[in-house]
Write a protein that binds this ligand. Structure first.
Ligand code: GRF
Length: 196
């Protein structure tokens, strides 16, 4: 059976949408573990409620980013996930993690990439009077919020209220991410090698 790991750092509303999708069959596969770099992440509670194994690896315990990434790789050995889903995982990964999982590592970002990599995307949309905003799911490469795009979903900006904007963006994320995971599970989404 297709199995995947979800990495989180916080609330985990995307994780919840993904859990729900595995339960109602929209994703044909199971979450082998939820990994967090923060022990207080509410997403861990969501995982426990759904009886999904959790792994906590706190980045503060490592001197170098690479050592943290090696620990991530090691912790996944027993699960052998077919895909890693970053869902609000607030760490920049190094090649130590990215290389072994190249083509099997996706992230969701709250902007229409390549516009606005990094933080505070909603504020940037408001400040720039952008008529549209959206979300992107992409394969992860060595740069921040970069890598080949799997799918995007966009909306018209109707309100300059940041909380409202964030809410609408979350709704788009919760619809899009499970669909992309299901596409990957079914073999309909693949990272093409550079010379293909
Ligand atoms: C989402 O907006 C996601 O795009 C970004 O971090 C946020 C995580 O939210 N990478 P949640 O923890 O899934 O609620």
């Amino acid at each position: 059976m297709f199995s995947f790991a979800v990495f989180i750092s916080g609330n985990g509303s995307n994780l919840q949408a993904i859990i729900d999708a595995t339960l109602n069959g929209a994703i044909e596969g199971k979450i082998c573990c939820v990994l967090s770099n923060k022990k207080e992440a509410y997403g861990l509670v969501r995982a426990k409620n759904a009886k999904i194994p959790t792994v906590i690896i706190e980045h503060d315990n490592f001197k170098k980013r690479e050592d943290f990434d090696d620990a991530l790789v090691e912790s996944l050995e027993k699960y052998k996930p077919d895909l890693i889903v970053l869902a609000g995982f607030m760490r920049i990964l190094t090649p130590n993690f990215i290389k072994p999982y190249r083509g099997k590592l996706i992230n969701i970002h709250p902007s229409l990439l390549p516009k606005y990599p990094g933080l505070n995307t909603h504020q940037k949309v408001i400040d720039n009077n952008d008529p549209e905003h959206g979300v992107t799911v992409h394969f992860v490469d060595e740069n921040l919020d970069s890598g080949p795009i799997c799918a995007q979903s966009s909306m018209k900006v109707k309100s300059k209220d940041i909380e409202e904007l964030e809410k609408s963006i979350h709704k788009l994320e919760h619809e899009l991410y499970p669909k992309v995971i299901q596409d990957f599970a079914k073999g309909n989404l693949k990272l093409r090698k550079e010379n293909e």
